[in-house]
Design a protein around this ligand. Structure first.
Ligand code: CU
Length: 191
């Protein structure tokens, strides 16, 4: 029998290598334990089985309540978000129309590491709690970017679900200091 998996980009991305999978398994177990009652959508594969989105791999398109990943060339609008050591994002509020694909360019103007993670308020809260308990936890998803001092990172994301969402820096201490922002995705069907 042929056991080689095919990998249509939308549903079943190629398996990641074993070492990367090991670091991610820890994250998967933690999120599974803590977020069991949260809003993870039903998907056909476990959280830890997907490859990293950055680099040359295929785009990860897993529907989340706050949208879905997109390829860099699908972005129709770029928004620059500055991150500073006073624990602020600027701008701290984004207005998006349902269906819009944005390139969020996170620019770290500070002297310390910052990150930007998109999610629902509850999801980010739970995730921040995990980060406090496990500050060295490695994680990477298409809806987050980790940005070293004086560098920039990018998220390309399709906001295909209307609603109110948030973004935050989940580095311990930063989230608590108010390093968060809001995203309103306006319904495309209503004026
Ligand atoms: Cu930060």
């Amino acid at each position: 029998m042929d056991t080689i998996e095919t990998s249509p980009a939308t549903k079943h991305p190629t398996r990641m290598d074993a070492s990367a999978r090991t670091t991610r398994r820890q994250w998967t177990m933690l999120t599974t334990a803590v977020l069991a009652s949260a809003t993870w959508p039903a998907v056909g594969y476990a959280h830890g089985e997907r490859p990293h989105h950055q680099g040359t791999g295929p785009v990860i398109r897993e529907q989340k309540p706050w949208g879905i990943g997109a390829a860099a060339d699908e972005a129709r609008r770029t928004i620059e978000i500055r991150m500073t050591d006073d624990m602020r994002f600027s701008p701290a509020h984004l207005e998006v129309t349902e269906g819009e694909t944005l390139r969020l360019r996170a620019v770290n103007r500070g002297q310390v590491m910052h990150e930007i993670v998109i999610g629902t308020r509850d999801e980010l809260q739970a995730h921040a709690e995990l980060m406090r308990k496990h500050p060295n936890m490695e994680h990477d998803e298409p809806y987050m970017a980790h940005v070293p001092p004086r560098q920039r990172g990018e998220i390309v994301w399709t906001f295909n679900r209307p609603g109110d969402f948030e973004f935050a820096c989940l580095i311990p201490g930063h989230f608590e200091a108010g390093m968060r922002g809001t995203i309103r995705v306006k319904s495309a069907s209503r004026p």
